[in-house]
Write a protein that binds this ligand. Structure first.
Ligand code: FAD
Length: 380
């Protein structure tokens, strides 16, 4: 057993860290407060090869594996979780096209994702009436000759106003549940793809979350990703990997919150000494550090298994569940360590707290992760 990262993994982590400190740190708080989408930063991230960390070089990716991907997301998230989620979803879209796409689809879309030409990719599954219960989606795709006509609505789509390509779930055959769902690649600008309202969110305000309306939106039959009726597999597969990304993102936010709490505790004086010398504060820091270390190991284990092409569903859900819940506890403690200042926007911990909240919700809520883990356990 080897807990050491490879030279390549260390290099990717350092590249992401250096970039995040230099380019993201100075603007992250302002972008988040004012809801500014970091398009320029995402373009530079693509330039570093980080929009396709686990994508073959043939398609412009870094081909550096899933562990490197998790490390890069964590480092970007330490400075800006909004940037990290846009990056994570884009990597997820590129990987899904590489895994399920035809040679033409891969050649057409993946280099545009990895180069930054597309800005981002987007992943459109959730609907007003179907979130956790994703097999209940109602957006339909009717076959007409060599084309499909999409009709329906999606909500909460990350980077929806900026994406060059969307992976969209739609029902091609009614009444057979998840086996009737097909995945489609829909390009930005396709007539009938209407970008809707931008959500006003509690956190991650520099990421873009929008509704989509498919109003008689026609795509060629060649836009089917994977098999007709195989869309649920495409989405569940992508979400399994995506959970490693959310775990890594939560870990990054938690690490930033712990750093802030540590620094503040050394400086703030109460009862004649720095609060870091009070045992109650030390215990909060110790608990946070321990939980984040456990989260880190779970995230890296799931990434390692995926990289080795071994089963990783249970481990990815455990990593996402634990890292997101641990990071929420760490952010809450960081505010406690800051006292009243923790509640004020001049200090970064209130942003970490708000940003972190959604990590137990998207890409499968904590309850859904527990369902997945229990199902895998009971199947053994
Ligand atoms: C900021 C943000 C970005 C997002 N980005 C995307 C995106 O890019 N693409 C996309 O497709 N979606 C996206 N989503 C949607 C997200 O994945 C869903 O919100 C999430 O899956 C939960 O679905 P829901 O909101 O419909 O909640 P519901 O499914 O209605 O759940 C409500 C509550 O009931 C619980 N619950 C539901 N079923 C069960 C059960 N069987 N047992 C126990 N408890 C249960 C849930 O855990 C939750 O606590 C995003 C959401 C947000 C907030």
């Amino acid at each position: 057993m080897d807990f050491e990262l490879s030279e390549e993994q260390k290099m990717i982590r350092q590249t992401a860290r250096d970039f995040a400190v230099k380019e993201i740190r100075p603007v992250a708080a302002k972008n988040e407060r004012e809801g500014i989408f970091p398009a320029g930063i995402l373009y530079k991230i693509a330039g570093l090869g980080l929009m396709g960390v686990n994508v073959p070089q043939e398609y412009g990716g870094a081909q550096a594996g899933v562990v490197s991907y998790a490390l890069a997301i964590t480092e970007i998230s330490r400075e800006c979780a909004s940037t990290a989620v846009s990056m994570a979803v884009t990597n997820m879209v590129a990987e899904a096209i590489c895994e399920f796409g035809t040679p033409e689809q891969k050649k057409k879309h993946v280099p545009k994702i990895t180069s930054g030409e597309y800005s981002t990719g987007a992943f459109a599954l959730t609907e007003p009436g179907a979130g956790s219960d994703a097999a209940s989606i109602r957006t339909s795709a009717e076959k007409k000759g060599d084309r499909y006509v999409l009709r329906g609505n999606k909500i909460f789509i990350t980077s929806g106003s900026h994406a060059g390509v969307f992976i969209v779930a739609a029902v091609t055959e009614k009444g057979i549940g998840s086996r009737g769902i097909t995945a489609f690649l829909v390009e930005r600008g396709t007539p009938g793809l209407v970008i809707g309202k931008k959500e006003d969110k509690m956190g991650l305000r520099a990421s873009d979350t929008v509704a989509l309306d498919f109003d008689e939106c026609e795509v060629p039959a060649s836009a089917v990703l994977g098999e007709v009726g195989g869309g649920f597999k495409v989405f569940m597969n992508a979400l399994n990997g995506g959970r490693i990304g959310v775990g890594a993102q939560a870990l990054g936010i938690g690490l930033a919150a712990l750093d802030a709490a540590k620094n503040y505790a050394r400086e703030r004086v109460a009862f004649g000494k720095p609060i870091a010398e009070h045992q109650a504060i030390q215990w909060m820091l110790a608990d946070s550090a321990t939980e984040l270390e456990a989260a880190r190991l779970l995230v890296l284990q799931a990434a390692h298994l995926k990289e080795r092409k071994r089963p990783f569903t249970r481990e990815a859900s455990m990593a996402k569940l634990f890292a997101s819940e641990a990071a929420n506890r760490v952010c809450a403690r960081a505010i406690q360590v800051h006292g009243g200042y923790g509640y004020i926007a001049d200090y970064p911990v209130e942003r970490y707290y708000r940003d972190c909240r959604v990590t137990t919700i998207y890409e499968g809520t904590s309850e859904v992760q527990r369902m997945v883990i229990a199902r895998e356990l009971l199947r053994e």
